[in-house]
Design a protein around this ligand. Structure first.
Ligand code: SF4
Ligand code: SF4
Length: 358
């Protein structure tokens, strides 16, 4: 590992460096309680950036896949249609993105920049986005009781897919580059060469953090993946899960690995419409409703099982090389029915294991 270190007092100089290079920098700020968010850094709010805080519920994936995004404008002009695609590619850096969210964006990359086709809207934003990953090291402030990145194998320290990784060692931060863009940042004199002692300190902190996660978390997924993939989850279990769902869509809107969207046209003038892409949610009744009004998945449990099939089945794991959950714990934190990923995985595992034992 080519490690560099910088003084803790200088960590916000990384933000200044990026802003100096013309990046719009998005960084984490505190609100009330769990009310935290990523926002654009300005001269006025720079001092209020928070290094250690609960990860915002609203995932930073919105900077590469906006919640609502105009795809094109269509205008009637002298009997003809003028179509104008709306490409946006702001030069942005997300400072302080957590390891689970780095994995979330990588998951979106595999979906939107897949082998067969590439989504040009996503691609343009993604190519201009830098990820400055911050390792969660503060057990009280960074790691929520719902977090299970250890189980999803995405954290607390991301292994890849970031441009630069920062980790708090106490008096200093360790910095590791993941791409040439990150490497070029390390050329700045605020960084100096790390020693074996720094590497050892990093290892010891990560070792201590591992002990902070419950041991059962490391074995959750494998059983559930097997049962879902082999279609061993009974209708009764899906119904129990469905009965607890309020169809609010919260779990999907906060999920950094959910990719579903819908496209609609809306009138913006007498002779003008715009086509927009909006995040969609499999929890909502309209998600599977067809043009004629028929809905093959009217029952909520029929839609809930799709969510977990999509996240856990071997079919998708083969295609995308990992489960479609990065262990951020947001769905567990927001769900009023307590059927976030950890609970559902546990319900699936228990019910299927009991059925097998009979
Ligand atoms: S957050 Fe919970 S209640 Fe809301 S849609 Fe998701 S599973 Fe259903
Ligand atoms: S399924 Fe839940 S825990 Fe997993 S990535 Fe999505 S929001 Fe996070």
């Amino acid at each position: 590992m080519k490690a560099r270190v910088l003084r803790s007092a200088d960590v916000l100089a990384v933000v200044d460096l990026l802003r100096g290079q013309g990046y719009e920098v998005l960084a984490p700020f505190c609100g009330r309680g769990r009310d935290t968010c990523f926002d654009t850094v300005t001269d006025d709010n720079r001092e209020h950036i928070q290094i250690h805080l609960p990860n915002p519920y609203y995932p930073p994936k919105r900077f590469v896949l906006p919640h609502i995004e105009r795809l094109m404008k269509v205008e009637r002009c002298n009997g003809d249609l003028r179509i104008e695609p709306t490409y946006e590619a702001p030069k942005r850096a997300i400072f302080g993105i957590r390891s689970c969210d780095v994995a979330g964006i990588y998951h979106l990359d595999r979906f939107f920049l897949g082998k067969e086709f590439s989504d040009i809207y996503y691609e343009k934003r993604r190519r201009n986005l830098l990820l400055i990953n911050l390792v969660c090291t503060d057990r009280e402030r960074d790691i929520g009781k719902e977090c299970f990145c250890m189980c999803a194998d995405t954290g607390p320290a991301a292994r890849d897919h970031f441009d630069l990784q920062l980790m708090d060692l106490g008096e200093e931060f360790m910095a590791v580059a993941g791409t040439p863009a990150g490497e070029s940042l390390l050329a700045n004199p605020i960084f100096r060469k790390g020693t074996d002692e720094h590497v050892e300190k990093r290892r010891a902190i990560l070792e201590r953090l591992r002990g902070h996660f419950e041991s059962t978390m490391t074995s959750w997924f494998s059983g559930a993946v097997r049962y879902v993939s082999q279609d061993k989850v009974t209708e009764k279990t899906w119904e129990e899960i469905g009965q607890r769902c309020l169809e609010c869509g919260g779990c999907t809107y906060v999920c950094p690995a959910c990719t579903c969207f819908t496209v609609s046209d809306r009138r913006t003038g007498v002779k003008e419409v715009e086509r927009v892409r909006t995040w969609d949610s499999c929890a909502l009744g309209g998600f599977t409703r067809m043009a004629g009004g028929f809905n093959p998945r009217r029952a909520v449990h029929d839609r809930r099982n799709r969510r977990f099939f999509r996240k856990l089945s071997h079919y998708f794991i083969q295609r995308e090389l990992s489960v479609a959950c990065v262990g951020c714990g947001r769905c567990a934190a927001v769900c009023h029915g307590d059927i976030g990923m950890p609970t559902v995985v546990e319900m699936i595992r228990r019910a299927a294991a009991q059925a097998e034992a009979r």
